[in-house]
Design a protein around this ligand. Sequence first.
Ligand code: CP
Length: 305
Amino acid sequence: MKNLLSMEHLSNEEIMMILNRAQHFENGGNPVLQREFHVANLFFEPSTRTKTSFEMAERRLGCTVIPFDAEFSSTTKGETLYDTVKTLEMIGIDAVVIRDKEDEYYNELLEGIGCAVINAGDGAGQHPSQSLLDLYTIQKEFGRFEDLNITIVGDISHSRVAKSNATALTRLGANVRFLCPPAWAGNFEAAHSWDEVLEDSDVIMLLRIQHERHSVSKNFSKESYHAEYGLTIEREQRMKERAIIMHPAPVNRDVEIADALVECSRSRIFEQVRNGVFTRMAILETILKGRDQYDNSYTKCEATQ
Ligand code: CP
């Protein structure tokens, strides 16, 4: 695996290999990297979890993290993303972790860039590392994906998490459903009432309203959204006995989920954050290990000349 760009590019076997490796790291296992790697995190959109947990994962793998501050980089002087990444590659960076507001920004990096590219979120496109940590969380809980009813609730059309998880979970055998206001369904067929999905869901996955990607306001007050589409305390009491609540976060308390439910016994919201470090270690190790093989053969080739 040279890059991680989209869940659509990963086979089920590659997904399961990463989840197994995440379990290895959670169990205290060591990485198998052959040398010190240099990684830079390029975040052109805000982030708390993804940026920090990638940095933690990089440090736990023994990588050197080269600081990159998007606001003070030469992209503000008109430098393209391609030229920025090429520059970092020439300085000696092995891998870049990138979040950008453009869908599929990575297409301009596929030709001519030698360092590995890990997508930490592209516009309203994909968020593959979040999807992998979500899958890891579900697998730890249920030990399987087949026949689980997984309901994704909220701003589906603007959510990269919804798209990444719909792709992967469906392929792994889960029954993925959606619940959202009609205007936010995008290309998905969605339920419009909790009664259609609440009581047989194994996982309720809530999403934040992505105001920054809305061109026009949808006229929901926080209270009206919570009443119609939020997970209220009354709704939580109707969930299946072993069903869990997930949310990629950041959470808007009392909008998509009642404040009192954020850390209730069903909630895995902060557990997801913890799992993100092990999953990102697995992603980085898989990609950097591949570069080791490439680098070794390159060195051998040079040495025989
Ligand atoms: N879930 C997620 O991507 O959170 P951040 O925006 O804080 O990285």
